[in-house]
Design a protein around this ligand. Structure first.
Ligand code: ZN
Ligand code: ZN
Ligand code: FE
Length: 765
């Protein structure tokens, strides 16, 4: 037999997913000699044997790779035969110049679940069971290559039995870095607020505490959750009071999909997504007569559900049939990131949780649960892309010739590192409004740069001068003498949508959100742009209105309702016989009027979010908010979708720009209120009017430019009605429509747009 030798370089998600044992088994099957090892580029395989066997192995690598592996490319090179005696797995080697993909954290697999619940298994009831197909990854990795010594598992020395499995290429735990057992691995403990350990089985005790209405902070994969029995109204209310979170919906974890189906509707696609190894939170529509306490998601038609994704979660649900649905909300203080260290949990959550179920497997980097909606069977709406998804990169339609850091926005921040044709979008970092979130933001950037070895040559920031992310980006650029590129917020939104759809062309971009710094210093938010990844022209927006009190006006939607009425009819509105006037505080109005008239702390805004706020307050839904977007969300929730009809609005051209005047909409709503039309009906007509604004202006822009493709982005497109009906209406008019799928339409996607625009803007220079 003529021998041949080939060296393969396999790139993609190929580490920590059982790839080396897979190769080992293949090589053994085909009687090939050589070796396999991980390096920072991926997996290297050296194969020696008959040509047909080598070709067979290459084919099987492509066709039958392990479930969690994602092969991006295989390069092969013929080399002179060496005469290897055996096939072996070699340990990792460090090669600095390139990067490997790090696997996201993965929900417990079926095999591990079976062993966990099998009384005869040596890992029966062991809350840290895992294998090469499941378990923690991203959150425990300190640096690459992915080896146990580079993870937070380093401190646990494997026992003999674990070591045998770890070293046996035929075993499911072969080189499973977080592998452990009750003898040698991490342990759970239950402590009270003072950190004093509670005697007895921590999990059994926790279940008892939850049953009795207590709030327990539970350490998970990417941080602490605050948990209580979701069926216990008092416990839920207590959690709300202690967390100072009066209205924002709380996420739930249910034992299985049968439990979930008792409370909400569940389509096949939704079930599939819930049960996927990524186990996101899915926003699901409540069933009529849902028996869960109203306090879970007040004024909302949806409840966020997820399934247990760690062995610890499984055990909590397995031991007592009364506990089948728990509140599992992020363990953080208002505005601060999720807590992921034991000591911090005690100090920061001590006045919220009664007890703490923690463990000694450290989390190196936090990751919140991801949040997803499924607007239609063939689309996804990512609202928060974090655990389970990060740090898997987004494929880009453009090639990044230089490494770029996009610093993101201010709220729901993420940053992005771009290199080659990939964008590594960070985990969710939240609103950069507290010292803690600012620190975690900087730590996150540092970690990613080190982990992926992507040192940014260009830094892109939002044009907003006072955003923390902008300031950090500027500081980094100055310190390291890097090129700084400022990107307009709504252009970044549209670019992120184009990237999400793999599009590198000009489109009509509709970027609707709450706030973004405009080129003219005004606060933009209802922008129609003719945009590509390089530049944009602003072509239309809502007519400017004052935003009296700036930030305050966002927290108090009644201010925008009053402003809209005042700009419509002057102080005559004070005589209107509508509910809003009965709620309006006249003293507060007097102050507000002076601010508007004199332009004191009243920047101009074209924000679509503020128009939603104004209508929400005007018709009596929400005058003041306790969480971002609440007024608009509750306006959406009250809508009667079966009601048809729209309000009129005007479009006037001023110079090059179309101005949409919403005054006629406000006037008609006032008329409807005087005629006692239902709020649910008004909301529907308002939503439909806003959709028509999209359609009418897009048609005008198509006439002008010949462009027939529309990209929809910005926080407003988290509104399912606006997204679905807007898309439908635009398609009826012959447009090709791009919606977000994998990148959030909200400011969580800003950093993706930033890196694309920065890359394009240097291309021709
Ligand atoms: Zn497993
Ligand atoms: Zn062990
Ligand atoms: Fe935005």
């Amino acid at each position: 037999m003529v021998k041949e030798r080939k060296r393969l370089e396999i790139k993609g998600i190929v580490q920590g997913v059982g790839f080396r044992p897979f190769i080992y088994r293949l090589a053994k099957n085909y009687n090939l000699k050589g070796f396999v090892f991980n390096n920072t580029k991926g997996v290297i395989v050296d194969l020696e044997g008959s040509r047909s066997s080598i070709e067979n192995v290459i084919r099987e690598i492509k066709e039958q790779s392990p479930p969690l592996a994602r092969i991006k490319g295989i390069e092969s090179k013929k080399l002179p035969v060496k005469g290897y005696k055996d096939f072996v797995i070699k340990y990792s080697r460090k090669e600095d110049e390139k990067i490997t993909l790090v696997s996201p954290d993965i929900a417990i697999c079926e095999d591990c679940k079976k062993e966990l619940l099998d009384p005869s298994d040596r890992r029966h009831d062991y809350p840290f069971i895992n294998c090469t197909n499941c378990g923690p990854r991203f959150t425990i990795i300190k640096e690459l290559p992915y080896d146990r010594k580079n993870t937070t598992m380093k401190k646990f020395k494997m026992c003999r039995d674990c070591k045998v499995e770890y070293e046996d290429p035929g075993d499911r735990r072969f080189h499973a870095q977080p592998d452990a057992c009750p003898l040698c691995g991490p342990e759970v403990s239950l402590v009270d607020r003072k950190g004093k350990e509670i005697n007895g089985n921590p999990i059994d005790k926790t279940i008892k505490l939850l049953k009795s209405g207590k709030i327990v902070a539970i350490k998970g994969l990417g941080g602490f959750h605050l948990a209580c029995d979701a069926k216990n109204k008092e416990a839920v209310s207590l959690l709300r009071v202690r967390k100072k979170r009066p209205n924002k919906p709380l996420a739930l974890m249910a034992k299985d999909d049968e439990v979930i189906k008792k409370y909400v509707h569940l389509s096949n696609e939704e079930k599939e997504s819930l049960e996927s190894p990524k186990t996101p939170i899915l926003l699901l529509r409540k069933k009529e007569g849902c028996t869960l306490p109203y306090e879970i998601a007040p004024n909302n038609k949806f409840i966020g559900f997820m399934l247990p994704y760690t062995p610890l979660h499984i055990l909590l649900f397995h031991k007592d049939k009364d506990i089948d649905v728990l509140v599992m909300t992020s363990g953080n203080r208002k505005g601060a990131p999720i807590i992921f260290k034991n000591e911090e949990a005690l100090s920061s959550l001590g006045d919220i949780a009664d007890y703490f179920l923690m463990h000694n497997r450290d989390i190196h980097i936090h990751a919140d649960d991801s949040v997803l909606r499924i607007p239609s069977p063939d689309s996804r709406l990512m609202m928060r892309r974090s655990r389970g998804y990060v740090p898997e990169p987004i494929r880009s339609p453009i090639d990044f010739k230089r490494n770029i850091l996009g610093c993101g926005g201010h709220l729901r921040n993420t940053f992005s590192l771009a290199r080659g044709n990939e964008i590594f979008v960070s985990h969710h970092l939240g609103h950069l409004e507290t010292l803690e979130s600012e620190e975690s933001y900087e730590r996150g950037i540092e970690h990613y740069i080190g982990l992926f070895n992507i040192h940014p040559e260009i830094i892109a920031v939002d044009k907003h001068p006072t955003y923390y992310s902008t300031q950090i980006g500027k500081k980094m650029a100055l310190k390291n003498d890097k090129l700084l590129i400022e990107v307009q917020h709504h252009h970044a939104h549209i670019a992120s949508c184009l990237i999400d759809n793999g599009v590198n062309r000009e489109a009509i971009g509709i970027a609707w959100d709450g706030t973004g710094h405009g080129e003219d210093g005004a606060i933009w938010g209802s922008e129609f742009l003719i945009a590509d990844l390089k530049g944009y022209k602003r072509k239309a927006h809502l007519k400017y209105k004052p935003l009296p009190g700036s930030e305050k006006a966002i927290e108090e939607p009644w201010r925008m309702a009053a402003t809209n009425l005042y700009t419509l009819m002057g102080e005559d509105f004070l005589n209107l016989d509508i509910g809003f006037m009965k709620r309006l505080d006249l003293d507060k109005w007097k102050t507000l009027r002076i601010m508007i008239d004199k332009g004191i702390n009243s920047p101009k805004t074209s924000s679509m979010g503020r128009l939603f706020d104004a209508v929400s307050s005007l018709i009596g839904i929400r005058d003041e908010i306790t969480y971002l977007g609440q007024a608009a969300i509750e306006l959406e929730m009250i809508m009667d979708e079966d009601k048809k009809g729209t309000y009129c609005f005007d479009i006037n051209k001023e110079g090059e720009i179309y101005l949409i005047d919403s005054a006629p909409v406000i006037r008609s709503i006032v008329d409807d209120l005087m005629n006692s039309v239902d709020a649910s009906n008004i909301s529907s007509k308002f939503h439909r009017s806003v959709v028509e604004m999209m359609v009418q202006v897009s048609k005008l822009l198509r006439e002008e430019t010949g462009i027939n493709e529309v990209a929809l982005s910005g926080g407003v497109f988290q509104n399912l009605f606006i997204r679905n009906i807007g898309t439908k209406r635009l398609r009826e008019e012959g447009f090709k429509v791009y919606n977000h799928n994998n990148i959030p339409p909200n400011d969580g996607g800003i950093s993706v747009g930033q890196v694309a625009i920065a890359s394009k803007s240097i291309e021709d220079n």
